[in-house]
Write a protein that binds this ligand. Sequence first.
Ligand SMILES: NC(=O)c1ccc[n+]([C@@H]2O[C@H](COP(=O)([O-])OP(=O)(O)OC[C@H]3O[C@@H](n4cnc5c(N)ncnc54)[C@H](OP(=O)(O)O)[C@@H]3O)[C@@H](O)[C@H]2O)c1
Length: 302
Amino acid sequence: MRAVQIDRFGTPDVLGIVEAPEPEPGPGEVLVRTVATSINPVDDKTREGAIGEGTPPLPLTLGWDLAGIVVDGGDSGLRAGESVIAMSHQLGSGRGTWADLVVLPAHAVATAPRSISLVEAAALPLPGLTALQTLNWLNVRAGERLLITGAAGAVGGLALQIAHARGAKVDALVSRDPHLTFARDHGAGLVTTDPRALADRAYDAVFDTFGAFVTDAVADGGRYASIATQAGPVPDLSSRGVRTTVNQVREDGEGLSELAELVDSGSLRVRVHSSLFGLQEIRAAHERFLRGGLEGKVTVAF
Ligand SMILES: NC(=O)c1ccc[n+]([C@@H]2O[C@H](COP(=O)([O-])OP(=O)(O)OC[C@H]3O[C@@H](n4cnc5c(N)ncnc54)[C@H](OP(=O)(O)O)[C@@H]3O)[C@@H](O)[C@H]2O)c1
């Protein structure tokens, strides 16, 4: 089978399509044939060697997101032929999803949304789980005020929609004008590109997707979660009674099922900027990702 691997770090040129042995599922595992995947910031950082310690040994198959068809569901309850989505914690396990066949623990796999294609669904797992798990940590309740920074990015755009569906009053800090429109259209109240426009100590919770560290905005006694691992820790706000974290995404099939239901009920729209067809397009997909200016994810159909 084909797999996208790196044997050294660098530009998208280091991405190679190699012939790899087919994986065999063990107890508690599911074998999936990949239909599509997407590019995430972590794939870019891993490829260029920016992760440093914690990168599994090379050569390494890349990829976290997966939308595909079950080949062997084992005792998971998933049937052969079923459409599924999954997120593999590739840096933790070394199991990349950019391969024709992928074995994953059953708890990391869920039935795919029925209302969108697998190519679109491939844009959901990693950013969706990050949004969902971080919102759960923030424990935002209906009527509470939430600020999301980077609210039109992959994670932020999903977090905005989920929080809105939960009844939170969401404000948004975004980077550029097209993102103002997206955030307004998806339920944000105040939407700004200027951090100085944010009121002081006004938010019960802040979901920071890019390391803005707008700590003045969180209310005393509130919660502040960053996902920008490489920006470092959130400043200590314990003197103001603010709980802080840098949240790390986990494999989570139940979370994926919840996301799929939100998609199918119309509460969550998955945004795809462009889809490339054929695994040979993986370098082009990385190059498109690197150029930035995206209004959604870059997906690759196998
Ligand atoms: N801890 C974890 O488990 C975890 C999981 C997933 C992602 N992450 C990390 O979280 C970050 C976001 O991921 P993502 O997939 O959502 O990336 P993304 O799609 O690039 O979203 C980031 C958003 O932040 C915006 N932004 C960046 N700098 C800004 C600034 N100075 N002011 C206003 N907006 C700004 C970007 O705008 P532009 O498009 O204009 O640049 C973009 O809309 C990445 O660093 C990723 O590695 C961590």
